[in-house]
Design a protein around this ligand. Structure first.
Ligand code: ADP
Length: 338
């Protein structure tokens, strides 16, 4: 019994139970219809008996014939009414069942994604803390030369940055959830912001070359903190998902009076049927067994939310010959000579 409840709670039994209930309800409806038709036949039988007792068909054939016709007509009317009502009832039942089924499936999927997210996030929160603690303890306990100390300190900074990014993403996601996220927009030298952000990520990454092609003097009304999160999410993803040593390019330029902001990599790319889904909350390509890179599935969801709040759009395209281009389009910018 406990196993059945456990299966129900985990969602495994929902589909069979739901299908059983639906079939049971439809069969009950059909049975109800059969009973009604039987009842209708009985009514017709009683009416005919009654007519034979009331009217002598030999003496008053015309009256008998008319009454007989009326009884037949009444029966056909009842049949029509039962079939019509039954069909409408069945239709409503099926539409309702389909809507409920869709809602349940969505809920179960979200529940599963949330579980995966909790597992991933717990690991993601613990591993940088453990690494930073170990590094600091090593520095305290051992007499290391300066170079080794620097290496450990750099590693600790990298881990705390990862932790910081994850905390920002979790906090932001909950703010978006409660619709409490407000932008603090101001006029920003966007070229400088993107350049500084890219340089900062490059300074703490030695596994990849991050090139920047940024048109100078582009100003934008934007929330600095949010835009840094966007840049960090996109570039850190590229670092995470493309092979070491590969080039990542951050571009900022104007085209047809619109501002284009691209993060380009030459990694494995994103399959066409996943291109929309990667922006969903908690969505990660593959499954827990096949994925090697760690993550929470929040980065691109937040990135799109932030860009939409800035009245912009983000799309993902294929890079040639391989890889991915994340392209953000923004309007309302200005150019100032530098
Ligand atoms: P996370 O990286 O935490 O899994 P994201 O929302 O940032 O979550 O990304 C969603 C998914 O999109 C990732 O799990 C990954 O499979 C895919 N993805 C994102 N960026 C890239 C990229 N540059 N190249 C290949 N796949 C990517």
């Amino acid at each position: 019994m406990r196993r059945i409840f456990h299966k129900l709670e985990s969602g495994k039994m929902v589909t069979p139970v739901y299908i059983f209930l639906l079939i049971y309800t439809i069969m009950a409806l059909v049975w109800w219809g059969v009973l009604l038709f039987r009842q209708s036949e009985q009514i017709t039988g009683y009416e005919r008996e009654n007519l034979t007792m009331r009217v002598d068909s030999l003496k008053r054939p015309m009256e008998y014939h008319l009454a007989e016709q009326q009884i037949g007509k009444n029966e056909r009317l009842r049949t029509f009414k039962f079939l019509g009502e039954g069909a409408i009832f069945l239709l409503i039942l099926l539409v309702g069942a389909w809507l409920v089924y869709r809602a349940i499936r969505k809920q179960l999927k979200l529940q599963q994604q949330q579980q995966n997210f909790m597992m991933a996030v717990t690991h993601e929160l613990k591993s940088p803390i453990a690494a930073a603690k170990l590094n600091l303890e090593t520095i305290r306990k051992r007499k290391l030369d300066e170079e080794k100390q620097h290496k450990l300190i750099d590693n600790t900074i990298r881990e705390t940055n990862r932790l910081d990014q994850l905390c920002n993403n979790i906090l932001l996601a909950s703010q978006f959830e409660n619709q409490r996220n407000q932008l603090f927009q101001e006029s920003v030298n966007f070229s400088a912001l993107v350049q500084a952000g890219t340089d900062e990520i490059q300074a703490r990454t030695n596994s990849h070359i991050i090139k920047s092609e940024i048109e100078p003097g582009i100003w934008l009304d934007a929330d600095k903190f949010m835009m840094q999160i966007v840049l960090s999410n996109l570039v850190e993803n590229a670092i995470k998902y493309v092979p070491k040593g590969t080039e990542i390019i951050v571009k900022l330029f104007e085209k047809d009076r619109l501002l284009k902001w691209q993060v380009i990599d030459a990694g494995p790319g994103i399959p066409s049927d996943e291109k929309d889904r990667i922006f969903q909350k908690f969505y990660r390509i593959g499954n827990e067994n096949t994925r090697s890179a760690k993550g929470s599935g929040l980065g691109l969801y937040l990135t799109r939310k932030i860009i939409e709040q800035h009245n912009g759009t983000i799309v993902v395209k294929d890079n040639a010959p391989a890889g991915t281009i994340f392209e953000i389009t923004l309007g309302e910018y200005s150019l100032q000579s530098v």
